[in-house]
Design a protein around this ligand. Structure first.
Ligand SMILES: Cc1cc2nc3c(=O)[nH]c(=O)nc-3n(C[C@H](O)[C@H](O)[C@H](O)COP(=O)(O)OP(=O)(O)OC[C@H]3O[C@@H](n4cnc5c(N)ncnc54)[C@H](O)[C@@H]3O)c2cc1C
Length: 240
């Protein structure tokens, strides 16, 4: 591993495994009326299928959206995972360990597009772009601070201190990685809270970095379940 700190402003999301399609939802919904013949019904009438998905979304019949699975490998700063792990229902997580391995010195610095200045009151924030000077200050101060923290971490490791003790000095801007597995229903709940979209009927004010993760997950999901995704958007982006 490299011991020299590096800095990045992007996050990565990779869909590593999936079993998820619109027909999974239709199958689950139709079993309540068609019983074991429900599989034959799927695909017979696409418009009816679209209508059924829309009805389920609109009336918040949520359980048919749970019979599918998506596993993502996400690389993002620790502060993103702190927010992410608040999503308890329909999610499974495994994150890299700071006890069993030395943590790599990769740190988050906001990119030039990241709005830096916050205005307004809690619950009604607006973010506006930072000046060039502010971007320079943020980059310089963060990098200095990260270098100092990582040097302190290394000093303790070199002195024979356990990784789980030495890691206390590392900041939440350190990158981590995790597997996150969800289903369409739990993902929709996440997206409704962690992404901003003009089609949403309930406003939300997520931190930009977790929103970046949400946007990437949504791209992957929309390819797997385009009709479900369309129905989510058409019904105000509220999870059923
Ligand atoms: C913009 C924003 C700002 C936030 N700010 C803060 C903050 O300042 N401080 C802070 O601590 N958190 C904050 N959060 C986290 C937030 O309070 C939730 O913990 C997080 O969004 C997960 O939502 P959830 O509980 O609905 O999700 P999940 O845990 O996935 O739960 C899904 C749903 O299951 C049901 N449910 C789950 N657990 C229970 C339970 N124990 N009892 C009853 N019903 C349950 C609820 O209907 C819930 O909506 C913020 C979230 C957002 C989006």
């Amino acid at each position: 591993m490299t011991e020299t700190p590096s800095f990045r402003s992007d996050i990565t999301v990779e869909l590593v495994k999936h079993s998820a399609s619109d027909t999974d939802v239709l199958w689950a919904a139709r079993v309540s009326t068609a019983g074991e013949q429900s599989l034959d019904e799927i695909g017979k009438d696409p418009e009816r299928s679209k209508g059924l998905l829309n009805f389920l979304m609109r009336d918040r019949h949520g359980s048919p959206f749970e019979h599918n699975s998506m596993t993502f490998l996400i690389t993002a700063p620790i502060f993103v995972f702190r927010e992410f792990h608040r999503h308890r229902v329909g999610w499974s997580y495994n994150e890299e360990s700071g006890r069993y391995r030395q943590l790599e010195p990769v740190f988050y610095v906001p990119g030039p597009d990241r709005k830096l200045v916050q205005r307004g009151r809690p619950g009604k924030y607006e973010f506006v772009p930072g000046t060039d000077e502010q971007h320079v200050v943020v980059g310089k101060v963060m990098e200095e601070s990260y270098r100092q923290a990582y040097a302190a971490y290394q000093e303790m490791l070199a002195a024979g201190v356990a990784r789980e003790v030495a890691r206390a000095v590392l900041p939440v801007g350190l990158f981590s990685s995790m597997y996150a597995t969800c289903n369409a229903r739990s993902l929709m709940h996440f997206l409704g809270l962690r992404t901003r979209d003009e089609r949403a009927t309930v406003p939300t004010f997520p931190q930009r970095e977790i929103e970046m993760v949400g946007e990437r997950m949504e791209e992957e999901w929309s390819r797997l379940m385009p009709l479900t995704h369309a129905a989510f958007n058409a019904n105000g982006r509220i999870a059923p």
